[in-house]
Structure formats: C-alpha cells, structure tokens
Write a protein of this length. Structure first.
Length: 87
C-alpha cells in the first residue's frame, strides 16, 4: 500500500453502482441512495516553482481512491490515517 506524503487533498463523493442502477427513474441524490457508493479520493501534490517566472504550480504525484462500506465519519478518518505519512 502506497503512503501519501507532503500536501494531501481529500474529498468524498458518491458514485453510481451499475449493478443496482434504477432503470429509467431519476434517483435522489446524496448518501443513503439506492445504487450509490461512497468513495474517498486523496491526492498527493508537490509544489513546483518555475525560477524564470517565479510562479509556483502544484504537481499531482499520486491519486488514491477507496470505496467505503458505510457513511460513518470514523471509517473516513481511519482511511485517511492509513493513507498518510505522519512523519
């Protein structure tokens, strides 16, 4: 398992699970929706500076995503702790 280091950005979103997609009905949005699965997405970014123009840009080095079983914040917190370097 890769450990993310440096500046980490985190977000959580809901994705449609194709195997339980509701046919020709508009599904409601958000958590507790049939056919949706919660996924955490984390990115490791490194600031890069262009010396000639003195501009700093961010470079994404790694992306990491994990499907969550529940919508409980404890599971999200545990996922973050397992994925980052605390040094």
């Amino acid at each position: 398992m890769n450990i993310l280091k440096g500046m980490i950005k985190f977000d959580e979103d809901y994705f449609t699970v194709e195997s339980v997609r509701i046919e020709k009905k508009k599904a409601k949005r958000g958590k507790d929706t049939i056919g949706k699965q919660s996924v955490t997405i984390m990115t490791e970014s490194t600031p890069l500076e262009d010396i000639d123009i003195r501009k700093t840009v961010r470079h994404c080095r790694y992306f990491k995503a994990k499907v969550l079983d529940t919508h409980v914040s404890g599971e999200t917190n545990q996922t973050i702790k397992e994925s980052i370097d605390n040094k």
